[in-house]
Design a protein around this ligand. Structure first.
Ligand code: TXA
Ligand code: MG
Length: 330
């Protein structure tokens, strides 16, 4: 397809690759206020110009997302990040150690931060991350502005790890989908808020707690610091359609069994998050396998996942994915 700047935009929902011409096209769409889904190392993001409130509103609308839920702003350089937030010495250290990568820092907004209030849902803090994927970095560099980007799925649905997941969840509500193949880490970034009283883990994710604590010291939990909450940490989230049961050591005839490591004696695994019991592999497979089982079964039983390292993030997602059914008692 000819991506010359005077050519008409492709129909909404079109999937292209991640060539320089594709990224040029994506940047033009974003600068015109549109939405572009792009791969990161965690999940696909639904990106818009973070400075353009109307474009940001289109993100919320496309996702059907509650407006109180703020978005992460993605940057391509420390210089860009420094225009948006106030960096403490600890923030500098964490950024130097883990960026680009799956760590989101919640920091005080800079006085002159130009990001739309809708993107930060009116908070005086801002969530920033520098992703480790050439496609989204190339997109940010071309736009030369931070990109607000939540996961590219309709609200409360599973996070997308392929371009096809984005297409089936959002369809023509996204202007363009950049297909960079399946994402590598498969669960979202770890979110840490830096407050006057210290560092708080708001969301476990693709970067293990121990790695962050080696730099920041022990991370507090949000309940110890009521001033910081991640509004997105609602109980019911990341929900598949199928009924989900966790810590299952057996399954009934109607359930798919999603195993981890060795399958319990007498059970046949429908799928296995990681036959060799590797938590990174399991995290990378989590959403893709839930998507697959969700389309073939009405109920899913998931094996116990050790709550260490990336297991903390996996268990968090599973707990939320199952919450819907516990609450409604079905
Ligand atoms: O890996 C990821 O983080 C992916 C990719 C696309 O980068 N993005 C992602 O975004 O997971 P999203 O919108 O699905 O989750 C953002 C989370 C929400 O739970 C939101 O409430 C929280 O970040 N958040 C954003 N800004 C915040 C702030 N200022 N204070 C506290 N929490 C914030
Ligand atoms: Mg999400």
């Amino acid at each position: 397809m000819n991506a010359a700047s005077d050519s008409p935009p492709p129909p909404p929902g079109s999937i292209v690759g991640v060539t320089p011409a594709d990224l040029d096209l994506g940047a033009r769409i974003i600068l015109a206020g549109g939405l572009v889904a792009a791969p990161t190392e965690t999940v696909y993001g639904l990106a818009a110009d973070a400075l353009d409130g109307r474009a940001v509103a289109r993100i919320y609308a496309a996702k059907g997302r509650p407006e109180f839920n703020p978005l992460i702003c993605h940057v391509a350089s420390l210089a860009m990040a420094n225009q948006l937030a106030q960096f403490s010495p600890l923030a500098d250290e964490l950024a130097a150690r883990f960026w680009p990568g799956p760590l989101t820092l919640v920091l005080p907004r800079a006085a002159t931060c130009p990001v739309s209030d809708l993107a930060t849902a009116g908070l005086d803090t801002i969530a920033l991350r520098m992703p480790k994927h050439p496609a989204i970095i190339g997109l940010i560099e071309r736009v030369a502005r931070p990109l607000a980007a939540p996961s590219a799925n309709a609200s409360e649905q599973l996070s997308p790890v392929t371009a096809q997941h984005v297409a089936s969840s959002l369809g023509s509500r996204v202007n363009l989908i950049l297909d960079g193949g399946r994402t590598t880490s498969g669960i979202e970034s770890t979110i840490v808020a830096l407050t006057e009283s210290g560092a708080v883990m708001l969301r476990p994710g693709a970067l293990a707690r121990a790695e962050i604590e080696a730099v920041a010291g022990p991370l507090a939990s949000p309940s110890h610091d009521s001033k910081v909450v991640a509004p997105g940490m609602l109980r019911r989230h990341y929900a598949p359609r199928a009924r989900l049961r966790v810590n299952a050591l057996e399954s009934n005839a109607r359930e798919a069994y999603l195993a981890f490591g060795d399958t319990p004696r007498g059970l046949v695994a429908t799928l296995n998050l990681s036959p060799r019991g590797d938590l990174e592999e399991a995290a990378a497979n989590l959403f893709a396998m839930l998507h697959e089982l969700d389309s073939s079964h009405d109920a899913i039983a998931v094996a116990p996942i050790p709550n260490v390292g990336l297991g903390e993030g996996i268990n968090d997602r599973l707990k939320r994915a199952g919450a819907r059914h516990e609450e409604s008692g079905v």
